[in-house]
Design a protein around this ligand. Sequence first.
Ligand SMILES: Cc1ncc(COP(=O)(O)O)c(C=O)c1O
Length: 372
Amino acid sequence: MLAGIPPATIGASIAEIDTPALVLDLDAFERNVATMTTAVRGSGARLRPHAKSHKCPEIAKRQIKAGAIGICCQKVSEAEAFVDAGIRDVLVTNEIVGAAKVRRLAHLARRARIAVCVDDARNVAELSAAANEAGVVIDALVEINVGANRCGVEPGEPALALVRAIKAAPFLRYAGIHAYQGSAQHLRAVADRRAAIDRASAAARKTKELLAHYRIPCETITGAGTGSFMFEAASDVYNELQPGSYIFMDADYNANAWDGFPRFEQSLFVFTSVMSTPTRDRIVVDAGLKASSTDSGLPVVTGWPGLEYTKASDEHGVVRVADTARLPALGEQLRLIPGHCDPTVNLYDWMVCVRKERVEAVWPISARGAVR
Ligand SMILES: Cc1ncc(COP(=O)(O)O)c(C=O)c1O
């Protein structure tokens, strides 16, 4: 359910955008989409971008038009929003556990190709039973732990045992291995990210070889994020890539080193307005932590030298003004680069799309708040 009216009308100037608002620079976004297509072309790996970053069907459609084979989602309700909007190939890169969710997932598989990750034989049984009830067959990938220490069975024998369980489940189809190394993505040094993905690739390769020994092919080995995808693409094991943030970027990703990677541009901003100017060195803007996530650091003021966002409370953002900086006037609009794009997007119902200082479109963030 979309709450409230959009913060801008099509054709308006950007100065008229009501704040706080989530704003997409369309030129930069389109270049990012094209840059990723070019970067993975020729690698032999397919692109399946993660839609948890944008939660916006319009963006998913543009990614698919640019060559992506489908999308990833993290939650059933997210997948439902995208299938409702016409997306027909969704990999849920997560474990879906419990009767209600599993039933919804199986019903979704009547309308789209749905794949899901598993790391427990009890979940395999639950999924197969739900698929039977819904009259579908669901693709299942075994998630292996390649260093992030989140979900996933250990590579090698434990993965083989689970693959066998899937193959024995009558209403599941074994579809490959999920091997995402999340904790590599924000290691600042390229060499550290490369080393982490080398280790992840070795774990995935070991699993693939063990399966091959028992004549079980690995149709898909999927993983990778914005911080590492060049390494998975260059590996001889991964054949599907799931980067999400590259379309937007954020302050956390901007702090990574990027040598050897294509450079993605900042395309996502939170527009905010000055709501108070208490002192010469401190102003307050209307975007606090309910307008820009702070889990990966504070937002960064861009395009205005000498301003530093120093503190976020619920609805207030405190900005320090250097002596040398021009003091923003009451009501003046500032642009923030979010600390972390995904949870920031999840705070908004609408994405205001701008080009050359004008609002060109306003897209619904249909899967906003879809956490079940
Ligand atoms: C399973 C999975 N794949 C892909 C991604 C995409 O990563 P990024 O947004 O860093 O590109 C994530 C992000 O957390 C993820 O959890």
